[in-house]
Design a protein around this ligand. Structure first.
Ligand code: 5AD
Ligand code: SF4
Length: 587
């Protein structure tokens, strides 16, 4: 059944108190991904004086069961190139941005970077302008993260600063509106409106289409929230707006949500159930990016390699692919659909000069088809993020990761055999519930054994609602978590330095990003393994135009001879400008 959306608006101008005692101005239901459409989302009528009618008469005039049946069959891929009809309690003029300037600030993961572009794309179509100057903004939107307590604390601190900005705002300007978007809006819901009275808008990760309506309500001095999660929202038809026109690479969201339910993780609660975007719409976006001259796309999702496009009936007959050996899932086996190997194959054929990466995968979904494809296709980067989380099988079980240390190590060997020279990265959590010193030693030994090229290491942060919160004890003292984290970071750096030093003396293909942040005479780019490579900005030959001397520009591929390596960066000197097809890395 299709999801119903519940939109809650809080009448602040009536002077209602804390939300615990608040009356809801209206409680409406409509289809999550078409909330702007008056045909799918009928709303409370107003009396002639503009005041809302009493609740029972509004309820009587509300949607019928037939209405929901009708709206549930509306196609998802409706092109939203123009602003839709306003709901009856707003005029079209109120729904439009009227050149209000929006300042967007992004926190957290790459998914949030992509979500910021989606939110902006929706607002831009609605007549808002974008500003990168906070002082100029009429609307400030924070795209937030809840994965660890610290991430949320950063937002609360930022809100205090913004409160001062709002209070100091001259009366001659339109009132400043502040919105919380994304995971924190979803997790804390009305607690945010309760604690921070100056927050005007809350929009969960599946409610960005509703932003113009929510902001229109906020314009009238009311708080507005839409935090309902959807089963099918993928924003498939919303082409994200690239924030930096000079960018060489872009993120392309291929799925949303997560069904894994690892016991420590809040993501399934803030981003909802896993759903994949139709392959056709992903390919369309990648083609557009290629036409714009972008040289790299990263396929994004919480769990990219469990991709499964079931959008057409005939896809359900597709042959199933197996889990990696020794891996299980916390959910019932899913059937059919176009899988990740198919998508990767198709995406990599769009433009042979475009590098393809993907993140984040789960180790369970690496069937041989995927590994084979990465090995044989020149433009699919030989770089795999393989989040281990712990090196102790006991802790992995408590985390409900669906594999043992042994199965994980076997997979690493299999990947290295299938894709020689592959670059590996991982995520680890220090100090999970019940983690003993012996468990920690096991994690240290896994870091030594695998010798990752990159790593993302975190101290465990207990999150409400998760299985660990309900069933386990956060019993590792904070100072022990931090000490273990420090140890992991030290070992990771030592091993990454060794792993990266293998590149010294090699010639690597680098996609140039621009000037190095540290020196105006150096350029910076990324190698196939996604490691930063720094090299002096010098003239070089262009292999396709012999005799022509050129300087590298952002978006160029160049061959760089690596001369030194640290845990996070390679250095070298540039040899020539080339293309991805013609490049011949050697080592
Ligand atoms: N505490 C610490 N780290 C966490 N992660 C996810 N949830 C938590 C938590 N509660 C880490 C995992 C995940 C990465 C994105 O964030 O390592 O892979
Ligand atoms: Fe969280 Fe696990 Fe899903 Fe990653 S796979 S988002 S860690 S539940």
């Amino acid at each position: 059944m299709h999801p119903l959306q519940c939109v809650l608006q809080v009448q602040r101008s009536l002077g209602w108190g804390p939300l615990a005692s608040v009356s809801w101005l209206s409680l409406r239901m409509c289809r999550a991904h078409s909330s702007l459409s008056s045909t799918t989302c009928p709303s409370p009528e107003r009396q002639e004086d503009g005041a809302p009618k009493d609740f029972s008469s509004r309820l009587a005039a509300g949607p019928t069961f037939q209405h929901f049946l009708k709206s549930a069959s509306a196609p998802q891929e409706k092109l939203s190139s123009e602003v839709e009809d306003p709901p009856p309690y707003l005029t079209m003029d109120e729904l439009l941005g009227r050149q209000r300037k929006v300042y967007l600030e992004t926190y957290g993961c790459q998914m949030n970077v992509n979500d910021t572009e989606i939110a902006w794309s929706i607002l831009q179509k609605s007549g808002y302008l974008r500003t990168s100057n906070l002082q100029e903004a009429d609307v400030i939107l924070l795209v937030t993260c809840s994965i660890r307590e610290k991430a949320e604390q950063t937002i609360w601190n930022r809100l205090h600063q913004l409160k001062a900005l709002k209070t100091r705002r001259p009366r001659s300007r339109v009132p400043l509106r502040i919105g919380i978007l994304g995971c924190m809006a979803e997790r804390l819901k009305e607690e945010i409106l309760n604690r921070e009275k100056m927050v005007d808008v809350l929009a969960g990760p599946d409610a960005y289409r509703d932003l113009p309506r929510l902001l229109a309500i906020a314009e009238s001095g009311q708080q507005a929230a839409n935090v309902l999660l959807s089963l099918d929202e993928t924003y498939a038809d919303v082409m994200p707006v690239q924030t930096s026109p000079s960018a060489t690479s872009a993120f392309v969201s291929i799925m949303r949500g997560c069904d894994n339910m690892c016991s420590y993780c809040i993501v399934p609660f803030t981003r909802g159930r896993e759903r994949s975007r139709p392959v056709a719409s992903i390919l369309e976006e990648v083609k557009k990016l290629s036409e714009q001259g972008l040289k790299e796309v990263t396929l994004l999702g919480q769990n990219v390699n469990s991709f499964r496009d079931n959008s057409e009936v005939q896809f359900n007959n597709a042959v199933s692919t197996n889990l990696s050996r020794g891996f299980t899932t916390n959910y019932k086996a899913k059937q059919g659909g176009l899988r990740f190997a198919h998508l990767l194959d198709q995406v990599s054929r769009v433009d042979p000069e475009m590098r393809i990466r993907f993140t984040s995968p789960h180790p369970k979904d690496f069937p041989d088809e995927v590994l084979q494809l990465i090995h044989e296709r020149d433009n699919i980067c030989k770089q795999i993020h393989l989040p281990a989380q712990s090196g102790s099988s006991r802790v992995l079980e408590a985390m409900r990761r669906g594999y043992s240390r042994e199965a994980y190590v076997e997979l690493v060997h299999h990947i290295r055999e299938s894709i020689p020279g592959v670059s590996l990265s991982s995520d680890f959590i220090a100090g999970f519930c019940g983690e003993t010193e012996e468990d920690h030693v096991q994690t240290v030994s896994l870091l030594r054994e695998v010798q990752y090229n990159m790593g993302f290491l975190f101290a465990y942060s207990m999150r409400q609602k998760t299985r660990a919160y309900h069933r386990l004890k956060d019993d590792v003292p904070e100072e022990v978590k931090l000490r273990r984290l420090e140890e992991l970071i030290t070992v990771f750096r030592e091993e990454a330095t060794k792993a990266n030093q293998i590149s010294v003396g090699c010639t690597q293909l680098v996609l140039v990003e621009g000037l190095s942040k540290r020196s105006a005479t150096d350029l910076c780019g990324r190698n196939d393994g996604n490691l930063k490579v720094i090299f002096p900005d010098a003239e070089m030959e262009d292999v396709n135009n012999p005799g022509l001397r050129v300087r590298a520009q952002p978006g160029d591929y160049v061959l760089v001879k690596i001369t030194s390596a640290s845990s996070q960066t390679l250095r070298g000197h540039v040899l020539c400008r080339t293309t991805l097809k013609d490049s011949s890395e050697n080592c």
